[in-house]
Structure formats: C-alpha cells, structure tokens
Design a binder for this molecule. Structure first.
Ligand SMILES: C[S@@+](CC[C@H](N)C(=O)[O-])C[C@H]1O[C@@H](n2cnc3c(N)ncnc32)[C@H](O)[C@@H]1O
Length: 312
C-alpha cells in the first residue's frame, strides 16, 4: 500500500471543463463523473434546470474534455438518471468511448414520486477509451458464486465470479447492506440517517460503490479524476485506496467541506459503509449451504426510515 507522501488529492473550485482543459492530455487513468441530472435539484450554486439543448451541448463539452485527459487505456464511468441516460450514452460513443457495461444501480430506498413509479435506480456506464486495452482487475471484485454458496459444487471456480451488472439494495438489508460474501453487492443510496453521510451534500455517493469501481479500473498510484466532486466521495475513496486524485466543483462551500473530508482520512483507511457479510444464501433441498466465515452482528430493530422510502 502507498504511503501518504505518495498520494496527492485535491479538489479545485471552478468549472470542470476549464479545469480539465488545463490538465495534460492523457494524464488521467480513471474518471468517475456524477454530473447534475438536469432535474431541478437544489445545488449550492449550480442551476439544475437548463434547456434540453443547452444541457446536451454542455454534456458533449465536458465528456469531450474527459476523453482528452484520459490516457489511451483509460476508463470513464458515468452515473446518470433516466432523463438523459440514452442521450449521454450516444454522445459518449460519438466522442470515441466504447461501452463495456451498462450497470443498473437499484436502490429500493428510493425517492417517492406522485404520479409515476418510485424512482429507485440510476445508470452507471462503464466506458473505455480503447476497446481492447484497459484496466480491469477482476480479482479485486470477484464474489462467491452460487456454485460455492449454495451448492458446495467442487467444480466452482475458487476465485468466485464477477458480480452482476445490477447492483442492488433491498430495504431489509439496511443498514448491513454491503457484503463481499454474496453474489450481489448491495449499495444503499446514502440516506439521511446513514452514519456515512457528510451532511453538506444531498447527492453523496456511497464509498463502497466507488470502491468497487476504483479497485477494478485503476491501480495504486494511478490518477483518478472526478469533474463533479460534490461531497468528495470519489477523491476520498481514491485516497484511501492509494490513488492520486483530482476533482472540480463549482461550489466554494462543497470544495471547502470536501477538502476537509480529504484531510481527515489517510491512505489505507477502511471505506465507509456496512462491511459485515450477510448470510442469507438459501439452502438447497438437501441443506447444502456454505458455512459463515465471520460472526454475524445482531440486526438492529428496523427504523421507520429503513422500511419506508424517503419522500422527494
Ligand atoms: C450530483 S453532484 C456530485 C455528487 C458526488 N458524486 C458526491 O458523491 O458527493 C454534482 C456536482 O456537480 C457540481 N457542478 C455542477 N456544474 C459544474 C461544473 N460546470 N463544474 C464543476 N462542478 C459542477 C455541483 O456543484 C454538484 O456538487
């Protein structure tokens, strides 16, 4: 693991397009972007209600800037809502990216809507610059297979298998909702009551979700970029995992608080979010089930928050 002296992480206050254009071409190994979704969300200084054409023109500009700063073997992850997922996927392809996976992040701790189905997912596009050569550390993210967990099948690959391309939260799994022992990873949206929440940014991404992406798609000492750093989650996880990181945000307030978050952590710190494995793999008729390898903490009594979705 890297020493803290090797790792620089900094959030710059200002527009990400100008900021990225000031970076050396090809200097970034992994970019993760969670841009404003253009749905009227109340950010500190950014107006999240632009005309459609304006939003798409701007999206093309910042995605183009990401493409330029990425190394020839670089990776770009894009988190986006339903409203513009299709358009931004097409734009990314036009700009030269190849889509490896279209991951659905499904969180049943969703946002209630009045006259449509409850909003409970976001899209995570995994793009690469070179369709053949890119970093994919599969050993870092493998999970036990059903052959291992349920059937105790001797033919199972002892390394497990790659996770599904749907990443799920079930409400009954809150708060112990993340596990490396199961064949699905559960990433809660960072809801109001969660200990992980920094409190100054309403769109904070879970550290465990960024952990999977950064471990899989970059190596220690490489450089991770977040053009829309918000609460600083990407940079915080990159630092903990021994990567260099650079971020941008328009809001002086978010930048100050994000930098404080970065100062409070060190290389090698554990990621926030539930870590204890669940042991809910079903048994087969003849009772085969892998024995738990760690002690399960008793589940706390469910709160109202964990049973009912937040209102939005
Ligand atoms: C969805 S939030 C990102 C949340 C982040 N992923 C986290 O975990 O906290 C989008 C952020 O983009 C910032 N933003 C909007 N336009 C920007 C621009 N042109 N340059 C840099 N930041 C911008 C907003 O201030 C907001 O903090």
């Amino acid at each position: 693991m890297s020493t803290p002296h090797d790792i620089s992480s900094h959030i710059h206050q200002g527009d990400c397009i100008a900021g990225m254009n000031a970076l050396r071409a090809g200097s970034v190994d992994l970019a993760f972007a969670d841009p404003p979704f253009n749905i009227g969300y109340d950010y500190d200084v950014y107006n999240d209600k632009q005309g459609e054409a304006e939003y798409l023109t701007w999206s093309r500009q910042w995605i183009g800037a990401v493409h330029r700063v990425l190394s020839p073997t670089g990776t770009f992850w894009l988190a986006i809502g339903d409203e513009y997922a299709a358009e931004l996927k097409v734009i990314s392809k036009e700009l030269g990216f190849t889509c490896r996976s279209w991951v659905i992040w499904y969180y049943t701790f969703g946002v209630n809507c009045k006259k449509k189905f409850t909003r409970s997912h976001a899209h995570l596009f995994h793009f690469v610059k070179d369709a053949k050569t890119f970093t994919f550390n599969d050993d870092q993210i493998r999970v036990p297979s059903a052959r291992q967990l349920v059937y105790a099948d001797a033919r199972a690959n002892p390394k497990g298998r790659l996770p599904d391309d749907t990443w799920i939260l079930r409400p009954q799994d809150i708060p112990e909702s993340f596990t490396a022992e199961e064949d699905t990873w559960y990433f809660p949206r960072v809801a109001g009551t969660f200990k992980e929440r920094q409190g100054f940014h309403g769109c904070q991404m879970p550290e465990q979700l960024l952990g999977r992406i950064i471990r899989c798609c970059s190596n220690e000492h490489e450089t991770v970029l977040d053009p829309f750093s918000g609460s600083g989650t990407t940079l915080a996880v990159a630092k903990k995992l021994g990567r260099r990181a650079v971020g941008f945000d328009l809001s002086p307030e978010y930048v100050t608080q994000g930098q404080e978050r970065l100062s409070s952590i060190s290389v090698g710190d554990p990621l926030n979010g539930p870590e204890n494995p669940l042991h809910s793999a079903p048994a087969t008729a003849d009772g085969k089930q892998r024995k738990p390898t760690t002690t399960k903490k008793p589940r706390p009594a469910a709160s109202r928050d964990s049973l009912f979705p937040e209102h939005g």
